[in-house]
Design a protein around this ligand. Structure first.
Ligand code: BEZ
Length: 259
């Protein structure tokens, strides 16, 4: 949701599975950093369709997924996992968790201090917050390509982009301000192979750019963006690579920060 609680992106689990299965497939590093233990209670913040939530459950933890998309929550529930529709800016669960986990979701939450405060309130003392999100410079080539094509058509008053991509210093500072001890935080460039051309990525994630574009113009603009980006992110074998940069961190709620 944006600040006026208007959805900036609709989630279609079928389209997501087709174009974005790599999001959970590439989640093994952050899952390893979480290292879920049997019997722990874990909150998956922005659980999407529950693919990684299910992996946490397979480790023997009791996991609860939350996501602002009712369709994604339906997909998570269909895996037999407890899940609730909840905006990450308004975490208000009664339960206290041993850990809060998040993969590829925090960059949709543009008021990070509110999110981190909610996470701290959802954790037991010494609970951990382990996450991966888009970091500074993430998908900058893709964003420039989209912005260039829109600007050439005189569309310059839309959102610059609908995401929040902080660096280590900025997000680490916000975590510390909220009472977390940051054990690890790292920006990791990770060019990511797309399952098709960049059009599928834009369809799945980029709706926020096109609010000002008349529906009839969308197919042509989509093609223009693909051709604008082809020389930059499509290799000689015809494989498309998104210029992802991850921010991955592990933090622990200070015992001194008791509620
Ligand atoms: C990401 O995972 O970095 C990402 C996904 C969708 C839109 C923007 C960034």
């Amino acid at each position: 949701m944006d600040q006026n609680q208007r959805p900036i992106q609709n989630w279609d689990p079928r389209r997501y599975a087709e174009n974005a299965r790599f999001v959970s497939d590439l989640g093994s590093a952050v899952l390893e950093l979480l290292a879920p233990n049997p019997g722990e209670s874990i909150l998956d913040l922005g659980c999407g369709d529950g693919a990684l939530t299910e992996k946490i459950a397979e480790c023997g933890a009791r996991v609860v997924g939350v996501d602002s998309s009712p369709d994604q929550i339906k997909a998570t529930l269909a895996r037999g996992i407890e899940a609730h529709v909840l905006n990450g800016h308004a975490l208000n669960l009664d339960e206290m968790f041993d850990a809060v986990f998040s993969n590829a979701a925090l960059h949709w939450m543009k008021e990070p201090a509110r999110v981190i405060e909610g996470v701290a309130n959802a954790l037991k003392p010494c609970g951990r917050f382990v996450a991966e999100m888009g970091g500074a410079g993430n998908v900058s080539k893709v964003i420039s390509g989209i912005a260039d094509v829109l600007a050439a058509r005189g569309i310059t008053n839309g959102p610059k982009h609908p995401w929040y991509f902080p660096d280590e210093k900025e997000y680490g500072g916000l975590l510390a301000d909220a009472g977390f001890i940051v054990h690890e935080i790292e920006l990791i460039p990770r060019p990511t192979r797309l399952p098709g051309d960049v059009g599928g990525w834009i369809d799945t994630f980029g709706e926020g750019f096109f609010a000002e574009v008349p529906g009839a113009d969308l197919p042509v603009i989509r093609e223009e963006i693909i051709e604008r980006l082809r020389p930059e992110i499509c290799d000689d074998d015809g494989v498309w690579w998104a210029d992802y940069v991850r921010l991955r961190f592990k933090a622990e709620l200070s015992a001194e920060f008791l509620k």
